[in-house]
Design a protein around this ligand. Structure first.
Ligand SMILES: O=c1[nH]c(=O)c2[nH]c(=O)[nH]c2[nH]1
Length: 301
């Protein structure tokens, strides 16, 4: 029987790196979840057990923590770019390095109208993330950055319709001109290059996604996503394409007629499962080649 090793990568997943800046009494916190992986010619490590080419996952973990102190943490994209380039340089057998970073944001706790110096409360409103892929050596080096947001839970209580859909003998869904539209949005966008003010770009794109969600009169979640994505591409030349994964968090009107009570769009049951899952990519016609930018980014079509 002929068998061979297929695609493989290895690394340390979900290093919870917390960095406190305490140079003054007014501390700052950065709270990250960092996953690293190397891919390349690691045939022997699998087939013969020879680990001489393997930079241990433990070393990768140590590096993520050491860099948090030695180099500090600026934008998560810069931290991931630095780590990715380092791992590729440190591992001659590797052809590519992948670094994924999620950031859990904290706000200062307000005490007597002032943000406290060293007490924080976890910020709501989505988790920022980035995936950096670095490949090749010397002048052949290619670097890809996909950044995004997950768990951005949004709802509009009107301004959403769904009608005119295809019907067959199993269709029972009533058409509606007024429904709740809610989702826990995952959006990831691929940058065209790395000369980007990462924090500014992220803040603006997040703001744009939220404002378009609010202002688009929705005829379907599909149309809302396309409108949100188009706005990002129109206003952010640094973005080549954007992908969405959006569970349609259904809210069903409760029938209060058995109690003789009307319910004109006021009381809903928020259904947990099942949910519609709407996924879409919005791309520039002249987008740059994605290369390995989306390598091992699950959860999108
Ligand atoms: O926005 C929606 N898109 C659909 O494809 C769909 N299908 C469905 O049953 N409800 C909805 N809502």
């Amino acid at each position: 029987m002929a068998i061979h090793l297929g695609a493989n990568q290895y690394g340390k997943a979900e290093n919870r790196v917390v960095r406190i800046y305490r140079d003054t009494p007014r501390h700052q916190i950065r709270d990250l979840n960092v996953s690293t992986a190397l891919r390349g010619d690691f045939e022997d490590a699998h087939t013969t057990g020879d680990q001489s080419d393997v930079l241990p996952t433990d070393t990768q973990k140590n590096t993520a923590f050491a860099f948090a102190k030695e180099k500090g943490i600026g934008a998560i994209e810069d931290y991931a770019l630095t780590l990715g380039a380092h791992f590729l340089d440190a591992s001659p057998a590797a052809q590519g390095a992948r670094v994924e970073v999620e950031e859990y944001a904290w706000d200062r706790i307000q005490v007597d109208g002032q943000g406290h110096d060293h007490s924080f409360v976890r910020t709501g409103g989505g988790v920022r993330n980035t995936v950096v892929n670095v490949e090749g050596r010397g002048t052949d080096r290619k670097t890809y950055v996909v950044s995004g947001i997950s768990d951005l839970v949004v709802l509009k209580s009107t301004g959403s319709e769904f009608h005119g859909f295809l019907k067959d003998e199993y269709t029972t869904l009533p058409e509606t001109n007024d429904r709740i539209l809610a989702t826990s949005l995952v959006a990831r966008w691929r940058y065209d290059h790395t000369e980007v003010d990462w924090d500014k770009s992220y803040d603006e794109i997040k703001g744009l996604l939220l404002s378009r969600f609010a202002t688009i009169h929705s005829l379907a979640l599909q149309q809302t996503l396309y409108g949100m994505g188009s706005a990002v591409l129109e206003q952010h030349p640094e973005v080549a394409e954007i992908k969405f994964s959006a569970p349609n968090k259904h809210h069903f009107l409760v029938d209060l007629s058995p109690f003789g009570t009307e319910n004109p769009g006021e009381v809903f049951i928020a259904a947990d499962r099942p949910y519609g899952l709407i996924e879409a990519t919005v791309t520039r016609d002249d987008a740059s080649d994605a290369g390995s930018a989306w390598h091992a980014v699950p959860g999108f079509c």
